[in-house]
Ligand binder design. Sequence first.
Ligand SMILES: CC(=O)SCCNC(=O)CCNC(=O)[C@H](O)C(C)(C)COP(=O)(O)OP(=O)(O)OC[C@H]1O[C@@H](n2cnc3c(N)ncnc32)[C@H](O)[C@@H]1OP(=O)(O)O
Length: 525
Amino acid sequence: MKARVYSVVALRRVSISLQPTLSTGPSAFLRRIQPSRPSSLTTPALRYGVRSLHSQPARRASTSPAEASNPAMAFPCLDALETRSAKLEAKSLSTGPEPTYTTGATEIFHCNDPLSLDWGGVLPEFEIAYETWGRVNADRSNVILLHTGLSASSHAHSTESNPQPGWWEKFIGPGACLDTDKYFVICTNVIGGCFGSTGPSSVDPADGQKYATRFPVLTMEDMVRAQFRLLNHLGVEKLYASVGSSMGGMQSLAAGVLFPSRVSRIVSISGCARSHPYSIAMRHTQRQVLMMDPNWNRGFYYGRVPPHAGMKLAREIATVTYRSGPEWEQRFGRRRADPTKPPALCPDFLIETYLDHAGEKFCLTYDPNSLLYVSKAMDLFDLGHENQQAAAERRAEREQLIQSGSSPNTNDPYCSLTLPELPYSEQPGASIDDSSTPVPGDSRPPEDLIMGLSPLRDVPTLVMGVASDILFPAWQQREVANALRLTGNRNVTHVELSEEQSLFGHDTFLLDLKNVGGNIKNFLR
Ligand SMILES: CC(=O)SCCNC(=O)CCNC(=O)[C@H](O)C(C)(C)COP(=O)(O)OP(=O)(O)OC[C@H]1O[C@@H](n2cnc3c(N)ncnc32)[C@H](O)[C@@H]1OP(=O)(O)O
């Protein structure tokens, strides 16, 4: 792996300033743009708790007749958040603050048939944004459905109408691993997303208002069912392959389980067949910091300042899970952005400014509610038989209700889960015994999972994992491969990239053309 070194000079864009900002900082800025308002009550910047907590000591330092023992600290990272809030607030007075979430022109499929969802919700109609590359052949047998990760759009590769490079630019094209001389590649934005497909920022046709958190809980399977409606519309009966990485790797497997006769091959990279507690924990913390941003406003922030601070923090946490410690050891080590300055509580080490930058880049480019819904759908993912059975029963019950003419009451808040009154107590057998507990993925997968994956017994499958991935650890792909083999599937290819091959962790699928791309190409031919 090529180690990269980022110099302090390259960090100028992060604009770290250790100078006190009392006179020219955002508080002055806020005063300038809103002279007549009692700003501590009305601006979201000031409603966000950090403002008052951190600005207080600085003000005291400048007004108190007695000298403080030490000077007040500056907090340029908080100043930056406040400045952004103020700018968004000012903009809201004219055009509305919410950014437009788009990565450019796409095709749109509008489906008028309602989509019933696994957890009882319904989309009376929906749209899917999609893009395509290559040419479909006469019998439509060369179609590859490419599934995205959590926050990606359908723009996997540049198109004539959108020449911007896509998120898998080098993996798609003539002669590339998804070879557009041979295959017709379709990529969609998932439902629940915000790049053209129906999601929480879309309008509910029932009342003309944005769904916000009236959007129903989604599953991976719901997203895949919506994609297959698109395939029906395009006249594609059977896919040459279903391909995806990360969340896309989950969807790729789900497509095969839901529609085994319509999928000829599966590629699942850095995915899994069921989310494990560590990954749920990491997504939970992201959702929590986002929901704790008062601008989130229980999801009803459209037309107001979006929860950009929560989004930034959520992305920083996510980035911690997307890469690897060893990569950062090589890339940043213990270096600080500016070692000539004293340490700061705002981003200071290069790893901190890196995370800060990742959060900055993302926080206004993706709809916060989409993040919550899609991330929750990842947590709920479980291709085990029991879970599939339970979903099927819920769907059948709902269907029966609809058939009988009694409409399910959609006005009851159905996400009313509260913590049980009795505190949690450890379950018998849940304690860890180091000497006898087998490494997950190396032991026999649970029977429930083998049974759940049994629809894939005749579908050739490539399962790829990366040893440095902490979010979808390599044992999860071993588990998928083992479970598939135990269903009787004799055509399972399992590849695990070692730490020598990639230290990029979960993001390897975006970066490693040689190993990831090479293995996909070999498998698909
Ligand atoms: C869970 C799922 O389903 S999918 C999850 C998939 N992963 C993601 O969504 C994360 C997406 N990752 C990215 O977007 C990455 O940018 C990639 C993979 C496209 C490219 O990765 P890399 O080439 O290694 O670049 P990376 O983003 O790590 O670093 C480069 C950027 O960080 C900046 N940077 C690097 N080091 C530092 C530092 N110490 N301080 C501040 N900024 C820094 C660079 O200036 C550059 O900025 P730019 O992107 O604005 O030009």
